[in-house]
Design a protein around this ligand. Structure first.
Ligand code: ATP
Ligand code: MG
Length: 422
């Protein structure tokens, strides 16, 4: 069924701040200056109709990429040829990037790889996009264009492929993960059975997709509002173990999601990934390879070694304080939340865990009141030894529960210096 939006400005679009912003209007006018049409497409239109925040602004245009570059430069805007061969130019206006892509239609070559040709046919461009809710366009004045029934699917919370799912997946296997990601974000707890079946049947194609692209989709999926639904379906189909390279622990993840929701803690992709996939000590390194995690992401996974006394609510708070002192409050919270999720005997509003969770707000991280200068003043030559003494003093200070008795601390420092000097 084809649903065409009436060709009148849509009230939600007309009043959207991002559309009325002078930068947006200027970019649209610049691209069209000299002939041709430019429209906003994708996430910005979709999210505005849903009343959700808009992240980035994608523009589709009948103007060819070299001409887009020329028009932008003529208007004094910086234009970056991000992927001119595919038709994409990034225009910077007010320090914001606008991705401008020339209308395309898919051309089959040898029945295998889909290449693209530029076109002036808006409906053809809509049909080569992935899901109906992602193929909505709007003019500079807020007029909505819907060639594939996207508005009806948005209203019905359906994430549906445009055309036969099998065909669309075979063109680009990343669409399997995009299907589960958008389902987790927009389908309100339902899933399109036809799409799911096709993804399940064609999942081997994911082997052809780079780890970086898989990682990017997974990181967005795992924090989406209906992540659990998508991940359970993916797990049942065998897609989740395929992309993680190991079995996923959905029970722990479900508890973590519940604890976060109940206590208004914003989700974090690495914390959730840890809950889902890091059980054994070598899992972090394996995931780093499997998903090409960044160094920082990997270190967050690897540094979190569970179990740890710091996250055991029966232990004194000092252990938690030492953890916060060493690794910071965010790492402490991650560890505590995952430990709580794994402690199946604990309720999701357990008061002991809750009290410990907010420890960083009740307790100010102390600063060792001794510096390198104090060590030098005791006659130690500047060099690595100064650091070693400070580090030993620091360890003692932590273990002693951060005493603020200056005399005691200096007594200890003297003792350490004397040992070194002997
Ligand atoms: P987000 O809010 O995540 O940015 P988005 O819908 O804008 O959502 P993008 O990845 O920025 O998603 O892509 C912009 C648009 O390009 C999509 O809405 C879709 O129409 C199209 N698109 C992106 N990736 C694909 C793909 N792999 N296959 C087909 N169409 C795609
Ligand atoms: Mg986008």
């Amino acid at each position: 069924m084809t649903f065409r939006g009436s060709l009148k400005p849509h009230p939600l679009l007309v009043s959207a701040g991002w559309l009325n912003a002078p930068d947006t209007q200027f970019v649209l006018q610049t691209v069209m200056d000299g002939g041709g049409t430019a429209r906003i497409v994708g996430g910005a239109v979709r999210n505005t109709l849903l009343g959700r925040p808009v992240k980035d602004i994608d523009i589709a245009t009948s103007v060819h990429p070299e001409e887009v570059m020329a028009r932008a430069e003529r208007a004094g805007l910086q234009a970056i040829p991000t992927g001119v061969a595919h038709g994409t130019v990034t225009i910077l206006a007010g320090h914001k990037p606008f991705e401008v892509t020339t209308l395309r239609r898919d051309v089959e070559t040898h029945g295998r790889h889909a290449t693209v040709a530029f076109t002036e046919d808006w409906s053809a461009d809509a049909h080569r996009r992935d899901f109906t809710i992602n193929a909505l366009y709007c003019d500079a004045d807020g007029t909505l264009h819907d060639f594939v029934g996207g508005v009806a699917d948005l209203t019905g919370h359906r994430v549906r492929f445009i055309g036969r799912p099998e065909d669309r997946i075979a063109e680009d296997y990343l669409r399997i993960l995009r299907f589960y990601r958008f389902t987790a974000e927009y389908a309100n707890g339902g899933i399109d059975g036809e799409g799911h079946l096709a993804c399940s049947a064609l999942q081997e194609g994911l082997e052809r997709i780079s780890a970086e692209r898989i990682r990017a989709e997974l990181m967005k999926l795992i924090v989406a509002p209906f992540a659990l639904l998508s991940l359970s379906e993916m797990d049942e189909a065998g897609i989740l173990p395929r992309i993680l390279g190991r079995a996923g622990d959905l029970v722990t993840l479900a508890r973590l999601v519940g604890i976060e929701a109940l206590n208004a803690i914003p989700p974090d992709p690495i914390r959730r990934l840890y809950a889902l996939a890091v059980r054994e000590p070598d899992a972090a390194a394996a995931l780093k390879e499997q998903l090409r995690l960044s160094k920082t992401e990997y270190e967050r996974l690897a540094d979190l070694q569970l179990p740890d006394r710091a996250f055991d609510t029966r232990e004194p708070e000092t252990w938690s304080q030492v953890y916060i002192y060493r690794s910071g409050a965010p790492a402490f919270r991650d560890g505590l939340l995952v430990s709580w999720a794994r402690d199946v005997a604990a309720e999701m509003n357990d008061s002991a865990y809750l009290k410990r969770l907010w420890l960083p707000d009740r307790w100010t991280v102390p600063v060792l009141p001794v510096s390198g200068k104090d060590v030098l003043a005791l006659g130690i030559q500047s060099g690595p030894e100064v650091g070693q003494i400070l580090s030993l003093l620091d360890q003692w200070w932590m273990a002693a529960g951060f005493p603020d008795d200056a005399a005691l601390i200096h007594q200890r420092l003297h003792a350490l210096v004397n040992v070194k000097e002997r």
